[in-house]
Design a protein around this ligand. Structure first.
Ligand code: GTP
Ligand code: MG
Length: 371
C-alpha cells in the first residue's frame, strides 16, 4: 500500500517538500514530490523530524476495506464517468444534452439545479453516473486524497480546434489514475471540423483511437445538435462492461462512499452529495466523514425526491452532517452514534495536533529569522 506524498507530508509537518525529499535522499531513497511513499519510509521520515506517524486511514480501513466484499454480494454497478477537455470544447453542452435526454427526465421534469453528481438512465435499465466537477480540480483533489471515484473519462475534443494544453492535461491525469478514456470528437456539425487531424494529434499525445488500431474508443458527436450521443453512451457502457465494474450490494455491511461536494443551506443545514461506493446508505445511519460526523436525516435523489436508501455508484444528497465535510472525504457508516462521535473526535484531535505543530514550527522559524 502507498500512503502520502512528500508534498502532503511536508504540509502535515510544516516543512517544505524539498526538506522531505532531501531526507529521503540521505536515507538512500530517490523520490519525487508527488510520489506516494510507503509506510516504513513515512515512519522513518517522521522520526527524523520528531513526529510519530499515525495512519488515520487505517481507522477507516476497518469499515471500508475489501474484507466485506464477499463474492456473492458483488454485482455489476453503473460506471462513474467524468467529462474532461479543453476550455470551450463542449463539456457543459454534452452534459446538458445528456441530462435533458435522460429517459426519466421527461417524466419528472429533469434535473434543473446544479449538483456535483447525478445518475442518468441512458436506456431502460442501463445507468451511468456522471460526476459534474468543475474543471479537473475536483478530480485531482479527490485523487490527492486517495479517493478514486472515476471509472471512465470522456475526453471531449473540439474537431474544429486542436488538441490543446488542457486536453493533454486530461490525458495525463487519466493515465496517472489508470482510468480508460473514451474520446468524444465534438462539433462535427461545423464545416471546419477535421477529425483526421485531431486523431493524429491524439496519437502524438499517446492516445491511439480504435480505428487506428489503438485501444481508445472514439465517437464523433455534436453536443449542440445532439448528434451521435446515444452512440457515445453505448461506447461508455461497452467500456464499463469490458471492465466488469462491480460493487458490494450487501445490505448487511456498513455502507461507505465519497463526498463529492457540500454546501451550507440556510434551511436544511449541511447538504452533501455523496457517491455511495459500498453497501447501502440508509436513513438513520450514523456515520463519520473526514473530521466530521452525523446521522443520515434524509436522502434525496438528483430531483430532490426523498429516497430511503442508496447503493453502489448511486449519487445522493445527504442531510444530517454536524459540519461541512470536504470533497474527497470518505463517509463511513458506524455501528452507533457513539462510535461515530468517538472516531470523529479522535480525528479532530489529530488534526488539531497537526495544525498546532505546524504553527509552532512557523513561529520558531520566524523567531530564528529575526535572530
Ligand atoms: P468551459 O466550461 O468554459 O471549459 O467550456 P465547455 O467545454 O463546457 O464548452 P461549452 O459546452 O460551454 O461550449 C463552448 C461553446 O461551444 C458554446 O458556445 C457551445 O454552444 C459551443 N458548442 C458546444 N458543442 C458544440 C457542437 O457540437 N457544435 C457547435 N457548433 N458548437 C458547439
Ligand atoms: Mg463548461
Amino acid at each position: 500500500t502507498e500512503y502520502a506524498s512528500p508534498h502532503e507530508l511536508a504540509e502535515l509537518m510544516g516543512l517544505t517538500a524539498k526538506e522531505i525529499i532531501q531526507k529521503c535522499f540521505s536515507m538512500g531513497k530517490f523520490v519525487t514530490i508527488n510520489q506516494r511513499l510507503d509506510r516504513e519510509t513515512i515512519e522513518l521520515i517522521g522520526l527524523e523530524f520528531g513526529f510519530e506517524a499515525e495512519f488515520i486511514s487505517e481507522i477507516e480501513a476497518t469499515t471500508t476495506e475489501e474484507q466485506f466484499d464477499n463474492e456473492e454480494d458483488m454485482q455489476i454497478r453503473p460506471p462513474v464517468v467524468t467529462i474532461m477537455g479543453h476550455v470551450d470544447h463542449g463539456k457543459t453542452s454534452l452534459l446538458d444534452y445528456i441530462r435533458r435526454s435522460n429517459v426519466v427526465a421527461g417524466e419528472s421534469g429533469g434535473i434543473t439545479q446544479h449538483i456535483g453528481a447525478y445518475e442518468v438512465e441512458v436506456e431502460r435499465g442501463r445507468h451511468i453516473t456522471f460526476l459534474d466537477t468543475p474543471g479537473h480540480e475536483a478530480f485531482t483533489a479527490m485523487r490527492a486524497r486517495g479517493a478514486q471515484v472515476t471509472d471512465i473519462v470522456i475526453l471531449v475534443v473540439a474537431a474544429d480546434d486542436s488538441v490543446m494544453p488542457q486536453t493533454i492535461e486530461a490525458i495525463n491525469h487519466s493515465k496517472a489514475a489508470g482510468v480508460p478514456i473514451v474520446v468524444a470528437l465534438n462539433k462535427i456539425d461545423k464545416p471546419e471540423a477535421n477529425v483526421e487531424k485531431i486523431k493524429t494529434q491524439l496519437s502524438e499525445a499517446g492516445v491511439m483511437v480504435e480505428d487506428w488500431g489503438g485501444e481508445c474508443q472514439c465517437q464523433e458527436i455534436s453536443a449542440k445538435k445532439g448528434l451521435n450521443i446515444k452512440e457515445l453512451m453505448d461506447k461508455v457502457l461497452t467500456e464499463a462492461e469490458i471492465r466488469e465494474l462491480k460493487g458490494n450490494f450487501s445490505r448487511e455491511i456498513p455502507a461507505s462512499g465519497i463526498i463529492v461536494e457540500s454546501e451550507l443551506d440556510k434551511g436544511k443545514g449541511v447538504v452533501s452529495t455523496v457517491l455511495v461506493q459500498r453497501g447501502f446508505l440508509k436513513v438513520g445511519d450514523p456515520f463519520v466523514a473526514g473530521n466530521t460526523m452525523g446521522k443520515v436525516r434524509a436522502l434525496m435523489d438528483e430531483r430532490g425526491k426523498r429516497i430511503p436508501e442508496a447503493g453502489p455508484s448511486r449519487p445522493v444528497r445527504v442531510l444530517g452532517f454536524e459540519d461541512l465535510p470536504q470533497s474527497g472525504d470518505v463517509l463511513t457508516v458506524m455501528e452507533s452514534d457513539r462510535d461515530a462521535r468517538d472516531l470523529a473526535q479522535k480525528r479532530q484531535i489529530i488534526k488539531r495536533e497537526h495544525e498546532f505543530r505546524r504553527s509552532t514550527r512557523v513561529k520558531l522559524d520566524s523567531i530564528a529569522r529575526q535572530i
